[in-house]
Structure formats: C-alpha cells, structure tokens
Ligand binder design. Sequence first.
Ligand SMILES: *Cc1c(COP(=O)(O)O)cnc(C)c1O
Length: 424
Amino acid sequence: MFRPLHACALPTARLVSQRVCLPGALAAPHARFISGIPGQPPLNHIDPSKLKITRTASPKEMPSLETLKFGRNFTDHMLTVEWSLENGWEAPEIKPYGPLQLAPSAMVFHYAQCLFEGLKAYRNKAGKITLFRPELNMARMNRSAERIALPTFDGDALLECMKQLIKLEKNWIPQLDGYSLYIRPVLIGTQESIGISPPNRAMLCVILSPVGPYYPDGFKPVALHGTTEFIRAAPGGTGAYKIGANYAQGLHPQKWAAQLGYVQNLWLSGPEHYLTEVGTMNLFVAFRQPDGTIELVTPPLDGMILPGVTRDSVLSLARSHASGSISIDGLQSKLVVNERAVTMPEVREAVQAGRLIEMFGSGTAAIVSPIDKIGYMGQDIIIPVESDGMGPVSRPLWKELVGRQTGVIPSDWSYVVEDPSVKA
Ligand SMILES: *Cc1c(COP(=O)(O)O)cnc(C)c1O
C-alpha cells in the first residue's frame, strides 16, 4: 500500500489544541504561490526550455574514491535560478561551480531564510542513471519554502533542470556499489534589507557531491544521548520542514552529547519524553508482542517530525510485506506497522522485559543507522544489535530499500535521468 508523504497523522493527545498539521497547506498547491502579488497575473515559472549552459574551462579531477568524505567534494557545475517578486523565476542557468556574489545585507545572513533538500543519483554498471522518488523532495521543498515565506515553484520544472545538470556531470557518479551522487538543492532569501519581511529576491541553487557508503567498514551502531535539556522541534514550530535554522540550533546539543560520550542526540519531547528523531534522521523502534508479532513503530507526522522520504519508503515496504502484497526476504511475516507515539519509559520497560528487538534511524545519507545504546536520565539503556551491526527488521528492509534505490529491484519509485540502453 502506498501512503502519500503528506498523509497527515490524526491529532494525538500530546499536542496543543492549535493543530500544526494542515493537510491543505501540506499538499502544497504550488501554482497558488508562484504569483507573488495576489490578484496580479501569474509570474514566470521555472522554464527548463530557457536553460542556459556555460561549461567550465577547467574541469576538476575526480577525487580518489577510497578517501571520499561525505559532502566535501563538489562537481564542476551548478544550477542557479533567480527569483524576484516582480518577475517570478528567471531563466535557469548551469554554470561552473563557484562562489556566489551576495550583499552582506542579504536577508539569508540575518534571518536564516534558507532551506535545502537532499537526494541521490545512482548510476549502474550499464550507465543507467536514476533518482529515487524525487517528486517527494520537490513537494517537500515547496512546503519548506511556503513555511518560511520563500517563493514556491514548479517541482517538475526544477527536476527537469536538475536532470540536465546530472547528465552533464554523469562522470562524477561513481558506479561502485554503495556510491552515488548526492544532490543538494538550496533556496535562500537574497533581498538586500535588514528589515524582517518575506524577501522580494531569492535564489535557488543545486550543487552535486559524489559520496561513498556511509558505513564503509560495515554497519556501526550509534550511541544516543536521550536529550531532555534541549529540543529540536515543538508543536507549531518548523521541525517538519527542511529549513537551515533547524540544524544550526542542533549543533550545540550535538557537541554536548559528544562530550558525554554519545554520537548523536535522541530528541525527546514533552514531560512524557516522547521519542521524535535521532540527530537528523527519522526513528524506528521494533517491539516484540506477546504472540511473537513484530510491531514496527515510528512517531507520527505531528508537525515535529521531518517527513522523510526514507521513512515513508520503509513504512510503505513494511506495510506491503505485512499485508502480503510483497514478500521481503528474511523479514518475519507476522508484522504490524504503526505510526504512533512512543515514550522513553515505554522503551526502557520493553528493554527490561526483553521485548525490544531493535532501533534504527532512517535518512537519505546513511539509509539506515542502527542504535546500540541510549543514555537516558543518567543511565545507559542497551539496545540489541546483531553481530553485523544490524537487526532482524533493519537488515531485510535495508536490502530491499537499497535494491529499489539503485534500480536492482525494479520499482515505480525509480526516476530515470538517462538510460543508454534506450535509443532516442
Ligand atoms: C532530511 C531529514 C530526515 C530524513 O529525510 P529523508 O528524506 O529520508 O532523507 C529526517 N530528519 C531530519 C531532521 C532531516 O533533516
């Protein structure tokens, strides 16, 4: 069963009465926002047919794959699209990767009018290049834009321009297992003003970075600090959007967790200590029920949770397996999948009773990230992991997911950028 990304969870008791979950707004009817001025004729959309390409005169060397560090190397070109309130989106441009020229008064430097996305391009041995569910990233990017009053855009049109950029840079996509090209779109407010308002100038930019496996030497489970002294998100806040400000404020807590000997923050919410996310990943917990059924749980999209593409894909695959519509090798068939609230006391009790099977994070960068320990209220709670660093739920789901991301398992989640076996 396929559940749309913006399927909105029902209100849970822990939320304040003002709902943070607005299905209408989440559905992002883009066209409504392309015109900056209500009642005025619609402004220019992003127009891929106007794409202007300027090639670099000095192409870089591909870095050595063995020493590739995540997000440190960038390809030769980038895509930029400028926006103004008067004209809408200008003609998109692909040009050599390099510094941007921005005034120090550009709003982004003062008020964090900045959002981003993250997705990957894969190239198989036959040279076929694919993306994984990129339309979900485009929809999420528009929701983020709307939330911080940056301009929205036609996601299909941006995707078309990104396709051109990726084709131009295809030799930067390593064809080795576990490698891919990380795609980073970013949108910023560029109006020169230190008055706080929605900007009348903005810029969208897409850069590309070749990346290797997140865990080159096999899965390495992480120890989390159950964080009660800081929060990542609150009801009605911006936690459900991929905006820069969410990440700046998480860095000090991350340093704090590191000082205590943990790798990441487990973000807890409210006096009940509801689990929300881990670092910058979504979170899954697997419990064993008395009859042996596995319950796979992730917190509901209540406005504090980033609606991850990986989260949605894990849920969808697990539900399809549970319903019998697909069969995932190695995954127990007595499985129920729930989006529901989980508290730390529930996790602690389940560990004590031997009913906690495993816990893992999910996200585009690492795909799945197993957890082996949570420091909570001065005590370490040990989470089971098997000898390969994974567990009986994460292992088969990870294999299935990677198969679909790389196109080894055919699926309609795969978006083709270029297929040399198909003659035009
Ligand atoms: C990006 C992100 C995720 C994961 O989203 P994916 O689409 O699966 O990569 C989860 N939580 C936070 C806070 C994020 O920024």
